[in-house]
Design a protein around this ligand. Structure first.
Ligand code: ZN
Length: 292
């Protein structure tokens, strides 16, 4: 399980969310069998989705972050429920790139530096809320920061990081999201910037054993923070045979009819967790009738 914590400054002006998402990034790597740089990219996006998801109010609410850059990894989609349990899909799980000039995994090179980041919040309204911004960095944390500044007008600082072992397993992953509520003073902003600029990389902090509480307290040092809430989150998919059936029905009767005659069984794997669902030719025929 991964742990997520939210803390608030004593005067209520600054909220910090921090997560040790090591187990989430590890599961993402196991599901998608990604190369190191792709593990870093999907681990970062899933970490952001978890932190943004747990800020949702309604039990059935969900958030989807779709990152579509011009890099070799293609699209990455991370979805989280309102408890902060994310799942992630990546178009190209294997991308091999040399390390960047800092000797780090080149996430920007994999994602690309142009394209867009879309956030879709399903909060039980007739239409979901959709915000979209152009990619500004490709390193993901800066793009999330830019999304909040432009689409939600919330001054935000985001840090995301994933450390990958030489054997491609995940060593550590984590993130923080600091948001200023209306009324923060310039002095507070300056102080917060100093705190954040003085932080080591979040993945290094987590690798050294820092807890999400400790990360929150470092970010909010000098603001007399209090813990708002904490919970355990995990990589979680909500797929079911019914959901897969609905997706198949959307293909239309002709496509399904062809499928039913061409192959005795049809296997469909969930994009987010790789769970396999098997349909017989008869099942597909029934779905074809449903789609009419
Ligand atoms: Zn699934």
């Amino acid at each position: 399980m991964s742990k997520i914590v939210r803390a608030i400054s004593a005067n209520g002006g600054i909220v910090c969310t921090a997560i040790d998402s090591t187990s989430i990034a590890a599961k993402a790597e196991q599901v998608h069998k990604t190369s190191a740089v792709v593990t870093a990219a999907i681990g970062r996006l899933a970490t952001a989705a978890s932190m943004m998801g747990c800020a949702l109010k309604g039990e059935e609410d969900s958030i989807t972050i779709r990152l579509a850059g011009n890099g070799p990894v293609g699209s990455i989609i991370a979805v989280s429920d309102s408890q902060g349990n994310p799942r992630v899909y990546v178009q190209n799980p294997i991308v091999e790139l040399p390390l960047n000039q800092y000797g780090k995994l080149d996430v920007k090179g994999a994602v690309g530096t142009s394209g867009n980041l879309q956030v879709i919040k399903d909060i039980g309204l007739k239409e979901p809320y959709i915000g979209q911004i152009p990619i500004v960095s490709g390193e993901i944390a800066e793009d999330i920061t830019s999304y909040f500044a432009i689409s939600e007008q919330i001054p935000t600082v985001c840090g995301l990081g994933v450390l990958v072992n030489p054997d491609l397993t995940v060593k550590a992953a984590g993130g923080y999201l600091v948001q200023l509520l209306p009324g923060a003073t310039d002095e507070e902003i300056d102080h917060l910037e100093k705190n954040v600029n003085g932080l080591p990389a979040i993945s290094a902090l987590i690798a050294e054993g820092a807890t999400p509480e400790q990360v929150c307290f470092k970010v909010l040092e000098g603001f007399e923070p209090n813990i708002l809430d904490e919970s355990h989150v995990e990589y979680r998919c909500n797929c079911s045979k019914e959901r897969i059936e609905r997706a198949l029905i959307s293909l239309g009767g002709k496509e399904l009819g062809d499928m039913a005659t061409e192959q005795p069984t049809t296997e469909v794997a969930c994009h987010f967790c790789n769970k396999k669902y098997v349909f017989t030719s008869k099942d597909i025929q029934d779905l074809a009738l449903n789609s009419l």
